[in-house]
Design a protein around this ligand. Structure first.
Ligand code: 13P
Ligand code: ZN
Ligand code: NA
Length: 283
């Protein structure tokens, strides 16, 4: 039995919408994302990078997830985002994480296949689903920084072989997408996405959604994208209002007050992205 993430993504694939995956960093942000998803009755993934696990502590992240299961009715899952360390992934699976990304996309093809296969074999035995990436996004995500010249677009032919040999449940594609905001107007290679979709039938994942126009993301959803990752726009919204509040209230010292506007602002972005993904009322 696969966990909910697989059924979430397969339902999204069948219904031509996408499940939003929001990167969270602390209790406030995880709660904000869950509250918005609950309000809109959208499935949601709470994405945690290795940096987030280190910052929050895995016990606390898992504790929040377990508490949230009691409080919210929507389907959600904690999802490991861009994890590279196989033994860390295994121990997080053992602790109860049901959805993981192994990112070995910086290795040559054969090495990527063998690292991902090891994770898939471990994860599937425990009913955990696995996302992997072929190709490489440019931009900055947490501690990971990739120069534009080092970005690689996903090759459709390789994608087919990669999916068949590894047995992954979803595939992250690089189609001109970038982590962080885009320099100039973003240009996605939609033809390539169609070529990948034509040969690969598992759910496809769009990383780097911050900075992409809504219509363009919806076009990719129409072409088989079933999970959309958003990090930077949430962080930017949060910090802009936090900064404004602290400048306007230089004596503020109560986190329950100085986080309030920041949380509202982040929620607004999360709401917009759920509409963009067309995942509302799909819980
Ligand atoms: P953005 O920061 O561009 O939204 O990318 C998020 C992402 O891909 C997380 O894995
Ligand atoms: Zn990403
Ligand atoms: Na982006």
């Amino acid at each position: 039995m696969k966990t909910t993430t697989n059924s979430l993504l397969l339902s999204a694939q069948a219904g031509k919408y996408a499940v939003p995956a929001f990167n969270v960093h602390n209790l406030e942000i995880a709660k904000a994302v869950l509250e918005v998803a609950e309000e809109l009755q959208s499935p949601v993934l709470l994405a945690a990078t290795p940096g987030t696990i280190k910052y929050m502590g895995e016990e606390f992240l898992i504790g929040i997830m377990e508490a949230a299961r009691k409080k919210y009715t929507i389907p959600f899952e904690v999802h490991l985002d861009h994890h590279e360390n196989v033994s860390d992934i295994k121990s997080l699976i053992d602790m109860g994480v049901g959805s993981v990304m192994i990112d070995a996309s910086h290795y040559p093809f054969e090495e990527n296949v063998s690292i991902v296969t090891e994770v898939v074999q471990y994860a599937h035995k425990k009913g955990v689903v696995v996302e992997a990436e072929l190709g490489r996004l440019s931009g900055i995500e947490d501690d990971m920084s990739v120069d534009e010249k080092d970005a690689i677009y996903t090759n459709p032919r390789e994608a087919l072989e990669f999916v068949e040999r590894t047995g992954i449940d979803s595939l992250a594609v690089a189609i001109g997408t970038a982590h962080g905001l885009y320099k100039g107007e973003p240009k996605l290679d939609l033809e390539r996405l169609q070529e990948i979709r034509a040969v690969v039938d598992i759910p496809l994942v769009l990383h780097g959604a911050s900075g992409l126009p809504e219509a363009l993301v919806q076009e990719t959803i129409g072409m088989g994208i079933t999970k959309v990752n958003v990090a930077t726009e949430l962080k930017n919204a949060f910090v802009a209002d936090l900064r404004k509040y602290l400048i306007e209230n230089p004596d503020a010292n109560d986190p329950r007050k100085y986080f309030a506007d920041a949380i509202d602002s982040l929620k607004k972005v999360a709401r917009d992205k759920i509409f963009m993904c067309k995942s509302l009322q799909k819980a």
